[in-house]
Design a protein. Sequence first.
Length: 202
Amino acid sequence: MFPQNCGCSDIRNQGKITASGIERSEVISDHPLAAVRNSFLARELDLRKTRARIAMRILLIDQHFAVPRLATSTFPFVLMSELVRRGHQVTVLTTDQGSGRGNWYETEESGVVVHWAKVPYSNHMRYMRRIMAFFQFAGRCIRYIHRLSPFDIVYAASSPLTVAFPGVYAARRWRCPMVFEVRDLWTEVPIALGALRDPLSI
């Protein structure tokens, strides 16, 4: 920013950016650029402090969450990665639907920490088997939440509507707000798909 011969060597040491942030210091030099330099450092420090205050820990519960390498919709992934880019910490609870049964495992996808539960699921399954998969994921999430540190907000995204159970549980456990996103209209979707035919179940 300053050439070597501008006589500003005494300015460079007045305010510096460190690994932990920006340190304020008094202006000793009377050079005209000193005020500009310190004004810039003060604004940058205030901006970083503001970002630190508003950064949140966000938990997304989405049974059908997908990353770009999977052949399905990635809108929730795009949304969560943008939140990470803005300085938030995002954790996702979702399912690995094609690898059989097993324990949870963790990956990092563009800064988003994803916890995968091995819960088989396919649209080719019988209706009751899919319902069982929905409740299985909800139950496993409730148990898994005990391993996690508190979050500032819980975001539960359906379908299925059963993700509301672990969402409500986590929000009450950590006393934080919960956002419940309903993507499918119940019961119009299962009726249209032919999954619900019995008038009593409707």
